[in-house]
Design a protein around this ligand. Structure first.
Ligand code: M6R
Length: 606
């Protein structure tokens, strides 16, 4: 959370920083600010609210300096006000920070006891005070940073500049990502390559404890205080720009991109001629020795993992334990070394998922990652890698990365079933055929966009939303409820339909909308009974089921038909209506669809 950018070079620093922040706003958007040299002094401009407030405030202000730093914030310590916005400047030192300083209370007490005056409620300001003190005692900025690094604990990616050294920026990190790009006579730092790619494709991903000292024509990277020769990565970046391409919101664009994203996720692993699955870049013999799988993730990625759990157990017969990353890392899990730990993360930077990966490796297990963001920390640290291949996802609510994850999970399950001699060849071919056919079916399901656009004014009046499904439809019910909560701020629950009678049925009255996922699968009759129970208590029913199902249609206020599918394909198609309903209800309520309140896309704090 929080996005930071730094620039040294001949371009207009203000523009580079603002354009960089635009690409990072997904990481936090409750305030923003810049510090840029002007007439030899650091000039700081900050504004509460979205980046646009900062842009309005800066207006046509000119800066003559050739370096600056900038920040877009997701508040951790201190309210989202201008006073708490970054950069934080103390005397000659100005800095931006992404992360949390954990020993913040103790440092603050010490600093205040020594006479420091705080001008914000943040943990970040303390780092500026500490560096400033070291600089005042005669150290240069690099030495000051090394000294302060010994005193702070927690998670941080920091860019700092000082009026005493107007030609340099120092970057250092422990936890959250920080990348430095080297161009012709220019250096760009950022939390994400999206802010760097317009300037240079030559990048270096800092490792924890690295310190970068950057001047326009000189860049040094230190690891444990020793200068290292960095291994540069050449970005494979065909301008994956975040543009809405005529859609009103990124989220809607990303929903409509799902057929393409899904195809891009599965195709690298499919041999079309043989109609078989071969997971690229995975040591298949390793999968043979695996006798247990842990799937660890957060939020939407966790629900993709739940789908994976069902499909892997059913197809491959390998036991799967599904874990929420923030729980897994602290519960002292028993992870036999014969296990495979699968971590799923769109951003590849989620702090809890990353910690789970590190824990699993410590315990001797092999880790397989499924990420969307190549070269992200999780991607870099995993033993084996799979990709969602969805392209940049900007909307804070994850959509296309989810649907791609479902596709890849199915391929993993199929590959595992093959190495465990479970799936006959004909079945593998039929799975491959139905996966390859899904993108064009998705195109037709997207037509429900019009239905929800029209229905949203009625649907938005409901007090609460209950999503129900059984089997592989259950994770989609949970995902539907999460989407409704995060986008429309409505109370929403996802339930395994068979569990309703154990309590949640009491919630149902005329003000509750039931979103029922009820395809004609092996659990159809049972799900239908659960629907009858909900309807009998006054619930308003919107159902998603199999085309031609007159019985389900007659029980529903609205019936959305999908082509006949199975436990693999039904959930993938159901995902589209559960996304669309939240999108349109949120829009009808006037909510900020792409940047819902209190959230950020990349959660790099615990
Ligand atoms: O980047 P990750 O997949 O690790 O992110 C996990 C969650 O933070 C994320 O899925 C979150 O729940 C989304 N906002 C849901 O739309």
């Amino acid at each position: 959370m929080c996005g930071i950018v730094g620039y040294l070079g001949d371009k207009d620093v203000k523009n580079v920083l603002i354009e960089g922040l635009k690409t990072l706003e997904y990481r936090g958007y409750d305030s923003a600010g810049v510090s840029i040299f002007n007439a030899g002094k650091i000039e700081k401009v900050r504004a509460a609210g979205k980046l646009q407030s900062l842009i309005d405030k800066i207006g046509s202000t000119g800066f003559d300096g050739s370096l600056g730093i900038a920040h877009t914030r997701w508040a951790t310590h201190g309210k989202p006000t201008e006073r708490n916005a970054h950069p934080h400047t103390v005397n000659k030192v100005s800095l931006v920070h992404n992360g949390i300083i954990e020993n913040y209370m103790e440092l603050r007490e010490e600093l205040v006891a020594c006479g420091s005056v705080m001008s914000s409620d943040t943990d970040t300001e303390l780092v500026a005070h500490l560096i400033s003190k070291e600089v005042d005692s005669g150290k240069d900025l690099y030495e000051a940073v090394l000294e302060v690094k010994k005193k702070i604990t927690g998670a941080y990616a920091v860019l700092v500049m000082s009026e005493d050294q107007p030609e340099e920026i120092i970057g250092f990190k422990c936890g959250p990502p920080l990348i430095v790009g080297l161009g012709e006579g220019e250096v760009v730092f950022a939390s994400d390559v999206q802010a760097i790619a317009p300037h240079t494709k030559k990048v270096f991903y800092l490792e924890d404890e690295d310190v970068v000292l950057a001047r326009k024509d000189d860049l040094k990277i230190f690891r444990e205080s020793k200068k290292i020769d960095p291994v540069w990565t050449e970005l494979d970046w065909s301008k994956q720009v975040a543009e809405k391409s005529g859609y009103e919101h990124f989220m809607l664009k990303e929903i409509f991109e799902q057929p393409r994203a899904f195809a891009a996720a599965i195709e690298p692993h499919i041999n079309i001629e043989r109609q078989s699955v071969v997971l690229k870049d995975i040591d298949v013999s390793l999968l043979k020795d695996i006798d247990r799988i842990f799937i660890v993730a957060c939020g939407t990625s966790y629900y993709a993992g739940m789908y994976g759990e069902y499909v892997i157990e059913k197809l491959a017969g390998v036991p799967v334990e599904l874990e929420i990353a923030s729980e897994f890392r602290y519960k002292e899990p028993f992870i036999p070394s014969s296990s495979l730990v699968v971590v799923i993360s769109q951003s590849g930077e989620t702090a809890d998922t990353l910690a789970a990966l590190r824990l699993a490796k410590e315990k001797g297990a092999k880790v397989l990652s499924l990420c969307n963001t190549k070269h992200s920390t999780i991607d870099r640290e995993a033993d084996f890698k799979l990709y969602m291949n969805s392209g940049v996802e900007v909307g804070v609510a994850s959509t296309k990365a989810f649907i791609s994850s479902l596709g890849v999970m199915t391929l993993l399950a199929t590959q595992l079933s093959k190495v465990h001699d479970r799936v006959p060849k004909e079945d593998e071919q039929s799975i491959v055929r139905s996966l390859l056919g899904l993108p064009s079916v998705m195109e037709s399901v997207l037509a429900y966009d019009k239905f929800f656009a029209k229905a949203a004014d009625d649907l938005k009046k409901f007090k609460g939303f209950l999503y129900m499904g059984r089997g592989t439809n259950y994770p989609i019910a949970l995902e539907g409820a999460l989407k409704m909560k995060e986008l429309a701020y409505k109370h929403a629950e996802g339930y395994a339909a068979g569990e309703m009678k154990h309590g949640p049925l009491a919630l149902i009255d005329e003000e509750i909308l039931i979103f029922m996922l009820c395809p004609q699968d092996h659990l159809y009759e049972k799900t239908l009974s659960n629907l009858e129970e909900a309807k009998a208590r006054g619930g308003y029913i919107v159902s998603v089921g199999t085309k031609g199902d007159e019985q389900l249609k007659s029980l529903s206020e609205h019936f959305l038909a999908l082509p006949k599918g199975d436990f693999i394909t039904n959930p993938i198609l159901e995902t589209i209506p559960v996304q669309l309903v939240s999108y349109h209800v949120a829009k009808a309520l006037g909510c900020d669809v792409d940047q819902p309140r209190n959230l950020a896309k990349s959660v790099t704090v615990e």
